[in-house]
Design a protein around this ligand. Sequence first.
Ligand SMILES: CC(C)(COP(=O)(O)OP(=O)(O)OC[C@H]1O[C@@H](n2cnc3c(N)ncnc32)[C@H](O)[C@@H]1OP(=O)(O)O)[C@@H](O)C(=O)NCCC(=O)NCCS
Length: 177
Amino acid sequence: MSEPTATAIKQIVDDDVDDQLDREIRDLLSTCFVKPGDEVFRERRYFTEMPSRRWLLRSDGRLVAHVAAHERTIEGGMRMLGIAEVCVLPTHRGRGLARALLATVHEWGIGAGFDFATLFGRREIYVSSGYQTCPAGVMVRDGGSESVFRPAGDLLIHRLGVLNWPKRVVDLRGPVF
Ligand SMILES: CC(C)(COP(=O)(O)OP(=O)(O)OC[C@H]1O[C@@H](n2cnc3c(N)ncnc32)[C@H](O)[C@@H]1OP(=O)(O)O)[C@@H](O)C(=O)NCCC(=O)NCCS
């Protein structure tokens, strides 16, 4: 597979996902996410709640890489993307595909006026895409409507606009993505 280009990466609004694409996304997510609890992807294409958009990359027609994004407005009217389900087929890893997809998402996010892209994930994967640890913890909803604290190290943030992330605990107004 040659290097991915921005034009090879397709964005789709989740409402436009048809049955065939739903199966392809679930297949990819189930292949890539194999921890206990990840079996949910066999049945549905999201973990806690449906993302609004997805970015997809195909190779020889096959879906090989995927990133989803949730759109949230939090305190102070700050608009953030909650990046989720970043995954690349095992045979296609180590070629910068995750980085390329994220760059495309960020470019779109800047154009759409988002202030931050955020994600819960391992720093070593995302630092080269511009993510850093958020300065304080965050509150998220757990399975019910309870708010639970997640420490600073759990959330990674990438600035897309001019705002600074608050230096205190921020309510993400929804579940973990
Ligand atoms: C994590 C994953 C998306 C990386 O995809 P990829 O296309 O191989 O990643 P890239 O080649 O774009 O690499 C991006 C960075 O992540 C690093 N990286 C990739 N896999 C890594 C791993 N398993 N451990 C540590 N770092 C890793 C790369 O070294 C690279 O860092 P650099 O830019 O500083 O050199 C892919 O391995 C995957 O789908 N894993 C299973 C699902 C998963 O864990 N998703 C992440 C949820 S937080």
